[in-house]
Design a protein around this ligand. Sequence first.
Ligand code: SF4
Length: 75
Amino acid sequence: MAKVVAVDQDCCIGCEVCAQLCPQVFRMSGDEEGHDHNHDHSDNKSTVHNPHGASEAQIETAMDACPAACIYWQS
Ligand code: SF4
């Protein structure tokens, strides 16, 4: 069965490395919100918007590059 990637948002520090390495899979949540309600960027977190947007090898590259090690396989 194909593995599904996930991000632990509690430990994501919003560095954007994963979004740069695998933009098909990871997206920064701050990017999509046109209106920034609280006017700070502390909630800029990575989210998985397409778990199958890249090969497992590509996703593992992002996993290894994540400085907070918060990208993991869900199953
Ligand atoms: S690489 Fe890790 S810490 Fe950086 S934005 Fe992605 S999930 Fe968050």
